[in-house]
Ligand binder design. Sequence first.
Ligand SMILES: [Zn+2]
Length: 400
Amino acid sequence: MQNSVLEIHPVTIEGGEVVYRGIFCAPCRNDASVTFRVPVNESEPINESGMVEAFTLVFLLPAMRVGLPFVVNGAIDANFRRNLEQLKGFWTNLVPEKFSMIETKFTDCEEPTPEVPKAAVSCFSGGVDSCYTAIQISGSDDGAIIPCPLEGMVMVHGLDIPFRQSEVFESAFQRSEKIASSLNLPLHRISTDVRNIQKQFDLDWPTEYHIFPVASALYLFSHRYQLAVIPPGYSYDKLSLPIGSNPISDLFLGSGRMGFFHHGASAGRFDKVKAICGHQAVSDNARVCFEASRLDRNCGKCLKCCSLQIALQLNGIREPKCFSEPIDFQYLENLALENHSVRGTFQEYAKISRERGEMQLLSSLEICLEKNRHVEEYAQQQKRKNRFNNKLKRFLSKIR
Ligand SMILES: [Zn+2]
């Protein structure tokens, strides 16, 4: 019987970087290669642990797209093996038309060696969620939130900022580093060309794939940290599956070498901004925008930017340095709110504006909400449509 196979190459040093490379081979398909690169000084001593977990995760969804048994030339521990079964079940249950349940075979299986976590690492983008998580966890060293202290953060180049835009990433990294150093945390960097895989295997970035390369990048720091912290993309009340990172399947990314912890989903957007805006390094350097012409900056015009500007103003920060201009109230009045969830957030902002006597902001928000009244109706229609589609998908997967 045919298999798909993952070959993990020995670590090499190329141009001052430690290079981790995995190649996925499947019948009748071009081989797919992914590299992760860490500056040599970031990886001292040169780390070789966590590579099997890292590349297994990167190629798991591609292997489930291919649908053949997935053979990995490497060893894993029993915790990772168990979690992998849960992870496969999660994706075949949620997206059965795209992902098949496959057998995963490892050429060797180590005994479980659960480490008592001594240090945690968080992935960091410089956005509201990752700043909130970093501030909350680094401010609590009594074990009340996580069992060990947060001692570092990792920023990955090649995810939201394209791999080829080194200069843009460097600038974004420097902004993030200012936030990290204000919290006395080192910020590690790692780059990857993994976006090619997403295109090659037709994986949707936000709803399916983006957490896998993030987890892989964190595994390549597992020689220093035994617990990985993932800040959420959505709070519990805004969560809608499937979504790549969520409080359920993030926990299935872990192994005996490194556990995974999803932090921050119980706080809403406004509460998060309220918690972080007392840190000047954050309000000066936060980066939330995916629509700016340069992704190291905030455009000040998209929904994410406007939402952050409003939340900062409601917390007394009128001209934050992370935006080049203050809020444009007239622009705000004409903003298109893309869905029911965003409209809900803006309704909350209007309520707080009234409570705090921010009358100019309130007036603009009310005009904006009125212009977006149809979003409610559209959201209800979409909900009914999604419910019907999900039922149909489940029915079709059962009769296949
Ligand atoms: Zn923007």
